[in-house]
Design a protein around this ligand. Structure first.
Ligand SMILES: [Zn+2]
Length: 101
């Protein structure tokens, strides 16, 4: 994406999704994945486009790096006290829970 090009929100959103998808690809080294997530966040802030919730789940709220299930994060579905997804970052230890219906 050229630096000063005028871009639509749709284009920015597509780029953010593409970057996060790439970061989640098991073939992408973790160092690159962290860079892609960083870029996606920068685009999101610069163009004020929100990262969709289902993609945001894979970015650590503590260290802002990629949460790749089984590699850099633990994802568990738990039912007590309410049904939720438990996510723990294996690098900074940040824990969060997301209630699901
Ligand atoms: Zn973290």
């Amino acid at each position: 994406m050229p630096r000063y090009a005028r871009v639509s929100r749709k284009e920015v959103l597509d780029e953010i999704i593409r970057l996060i998808d790439l970061a989640l690809d098991p073939a992408t080294p973790i160092v690159y994945a962290d860079r892609y997530v960083d870029l996606a966040r920068r685009f999101s802030m610069k163009y004020r486009v929100r990262i969709p919730r289902r993609y945001k789940m894979f970015i650590c709220r503590g260290c802002k790096r990629i949460l790749r299930p089984g590699r850099t994060a633990i994802f568990r579905v738990r039912s007590m006290p309410r049904r939720h997804i438990f996510v723990k970052c294996m690098r900074c230890g940040h824990v969060y829970r997301r209630i699901v219906e």
